[in-house]
Design a protein around this ligand. Structure first.
Ligand SMILES: Nc1ncnc2c1ncn2[C@@H]1O[C@H](COP(=O)(O)OP(=O)(O)OP(=O)(O)O)[C@@H](O)[C@H]1O
Length: 258
């Protein structure tokens, strides 16, 4: 049996083992991931941080089956993504993973309600009404269900994207800079929402961010530098995360802290 129990004794929702990702060849070769092994525990909110170019997005994309590793293995639960053909990988992404992107990625012609259920509609699955109902209350969108995305603020649109990501009951939700396009107040709301959803539903969130304040909402931060896993920090605070980042980079990116 594949080991899905991390050192902490917690089940693992997603993980990569000895992950290597090369882009380009010869003189232009870039080693975006250089032997990363990391697990993302089930029922927890994990943030991935590190300097620009350290491999955060690459790690997330490979862990979520949006990109393939050059060497090593990526797992969702016990399923090794490298063993799946394109069709199975697409199905796995649809059924077992949710995504939240910086740019919201809502369909403008659909209502909020239709956007939320779109992944299930595409997969030919019937939404679990009770779960959907609870989720709509959690994200606070009940009075906006029949609006179009253009009638919502950025923060509200990202809350729709969060509801969409969780609607099918995925094993893990991957969020790529989910607050990157939001003002700090809306960003805080979305982060609190992610944290609350993890605690209330026992789902798993893995979030890439450059913002120490955002990372402080997670249960744990994993740090990458030069394509390697260099540290993990449980129960992070923004100050401790910023201090840790300063150790990598004399001029850390503090966009999110001002
Ligand atoms: N498609 C690609 N082709 C070539 N090189 C790439 C590609 N994608 C990423 N890279 C390189 O791989 C390295 C890691 O990139 P990645 O985007 O994963 O870093 P990151 O930590 O997410 O950076 P940032 O915080 O700036 O978004 C970088 O050197 C980057 O230039």
């Amino acid at each position: 049996m594949t080991a899905t129990v991390a050192a902490t004794g917690t089940a693992t929702a997603a993980r990569v083992v000895d992950a290597v990702k090369l882009y380009g060849t010869g003189d232009t070769e870039v080693r975006a991931l250089d032997g990363v092994s990391v697990d993302f525990p089930a029922g927890r909110f994990t943030a991935i941080m590190g300097p620009s170019g350290s491999g955060k997005s690459t790690l997330m994309h490979c862990a979520a089956g949006l990109d393939t590793l050059t060497a090593g293995a990526a797992y969702i639960g016990d399923t090794e993504l490298g063993t799946l053909d394109d069709r199975r990988l697409t199905l796995l992404r649809r059924r077992r993973i949710g995504f939240v992107f910086q740019a919201f990625n809502l369909l403008p012609t659909l209502t909020v309600a239709e956007n939320i259920t779109l992944p299930m509609d595409l997969a030919g699955e019937r939404p679990d009404r009770a779960r959907l109902d609870a989720l709509i209350d959690t994200v606070g969108l009940r009075d906006r269900l029949h609006h179009r995305p253009s009638e919502l603020s950025g923060g509200q649109q990202q809350r729709v994207a969060v509801a969409r990501a969780f609607a099918g009951g995925p094993e893990v939700v991957f969020a790529d800079e989910p607050t990157g396009n939001l003002d700090s107040r809306s960003g805080q709301e979305v982060l609190r929402l992610l944290g609350r959803t993890v605690r209330q539903t026992g789902r798993t969130v893995v979030m890439v961010t450059h913002d120490p304040v955002a990372a402080a909402h997670a249960d744990e931060v994993v740090f990458l530098a030069d394509g390697r896993l260099v540290d993990r920090m449980p129960d992070p605070t923004a100050e401790r995360v910023l201090d840790r980042l300063k150790a990598f980079d004399p001029a850390p990116d503090t966009r999110g802290t001002r």
